[in-house]
Write a protein that binds this ligand. Structure first.
Ligand SMILES: Cc1cc2nc3c(=O)[nH]c(=O)nc-3n(C[C@H](O)[C@H](O)[C@H](O)COP(=O)(O)O)c2cc1C
Length: 379
């Protein structure tokens, strides 16, 4: 892993190791990928202020996220089908995050279940919830997350209708992989991946399989899931979820100032400024473009996190400078997972941490709290 010097190296390694359908699934955005590309382009435009001779010998990336100590302001974002990038991917990523001193978020659409992950790690993790039509199932899922001692519930609010990713359709993406001839040839060239997935605990959606009566068969499970995202979801459901969840609630997928104002009044502990990594509303602004107005409107009322396009410690610095308290990383760690399992995720976190540390030094900053608008050129 030492020769992996940046996230792009991990991405190239993952491209070689992970079957194309799953690599493309991680990589893609919806439709024309305008928003996906804007996430990166707008971050890259932000220029950092080089400052010198300001004694940066005492700097630290340590911070607090939702009141808990963290080694750096980074969280591993919820990723569906993580266990298809590498067998037991959710467990491996959670272990790497906990060893590095940052939170891990398990997706509703994970391969390993809440209970699988809880049994395999020592510390609490966050659980991400998609609200489905079957509210009895959702209630049970929240109870399972509480029983597993999850330390925060991340309610994703931007995926009640699915944005289309062209490549997923063209690749015949399914779980487990559809046995088309080109998929089989592709998998045959990725033996390490195949071995890890075969050894893995599960081959389907661990949080759902076995928890819905009559849905034991994988095909019917996929059909059930596709019909379950509920377009009727609204702010009243947030109240209902708050009444069921005893702990901290995070609203993920806020991209508009009006919605941020409502979110701040809804009693959530934090919100994540996010466009789902450019996978939902194509044509929406980049996350970084919407961060400053949202911070300005509600930053003193609610903790604001950020995701979308983070590929380096410099990017984390940029988002913090524009008012985020912490960043979620999606693809950057997924590439690490595909490239090298637990060690690959650990490397992804280490790369970002080291880059953030050096960036702090060269911008004349000793603590995370000092990273503010004054550390970047006017945006
Ligand atoms: C492959 C993939 C799967 C994802 N699955 C979920 C999910 O199950 N739940 C969710 O809330 N967000 C999901 N997201 C969105 C991420 O949590 C996060 O918002 C996004 O990846 C951030 O952008 P980045 O990948 O540029 O860091 C997914 C993103 C990717 C790339």
């Amino acid at each position: 892993m030492k020769t992996m010097t940046c996230i792009e190296d991990l991405r190239q390694a993952a491209r070689r190791k992970v079957p194309r359908a799953f690599f493309d699934y991680a990589e893609s955005g919806s439709y024309s990928e305008q928003t996906l590309n804007a996430n990166r382009a707008d971050l890259e435009r932000i220029r950092l202020r080089q400052r010198v001779l300001s004694d940066v010998s005492h700097r630290t990336t340590k911070t607090a996220i939702l009141g808990e100590p963290a080694a750096l302001p980074l969280v591993l974002a919820p990723i569906g089908l993580c266990g298809m990038q590498h067998g037991d991917g959710e467990i491996l990523a959670c272990r790497a995050a906990q060893a590095a001193g940052i939170p891990f978020t398990l997706s509703t659409m994970s391969i390993c279940s809440i209970e699988d992950v809880a049994a395999a790690v020592d510390k609490p993790f966050w659980f991400q919830l998609y609200v489905m039509r079957d509210r009895g199932f959702i209630r049970a899922l929240i109870e399972r997350a509480a029983a597993a001692k999850c330390s925060a519930l991340v309610l994703t609010v931007d995926l009640q209708v699915l944005g289309q990713r062209h490549r997923d359709i063209k690749n015949g993406l399914s779980v487990p992989p559809e046995l088309r001839i080109n998929n089989l040839i592709d998998i045959a060239t990725k033996p390490a991946w195949a071995a890890s997935v075969l050894r893995g605990k599960r081959k389907t959606f661990g949080n759902i399989a076995g928890h819905i009566r009559g849905m034991e068969n994988v095909n019917t499970l996929s059909v059930w899931i596709a019909g379950q995202f509920d377009p009727a979801l609204n702010w009243k459901d947030v109240e209902w979820i708050k009444s069921l969840w005893p702990g901290k609630l995070i609203l993920k997928g806020i991209l508009d100032v009006e919605d941020a104002r409502i979110a701040a009044k809804a009693g959530a502990a934090a919100l994540v400024v996010s466009n789902h990594g450019g996978r939902q509303l194509d044509g929406a602004p980049s996350s970084i473009a919407m961060l400053p107005p949202i911070v300005e409107a509600v930053g003193s009322d609610i903790e604001i996190m950020f995701d979308g396009g983070i590929r380096s410690g410099q990017d984390v610095f940029r988002a913090l400078a524009l008012g985020a308290r912490a960043c979620l990383s999606g693809r950057a760690y997924v590439y690490g997972l595909g490239a090298g399992g637990e060690a690959g995720v650990a490397r992804a976190i280490e790369i970002i941490r080291n880059e953030l540390d050096v960036t702090m030094a060269l911008t004349g900053v000793n603590s995370i709290a000092e990273i503010d608008r004054g550390t970047v050129n006017a945006v």
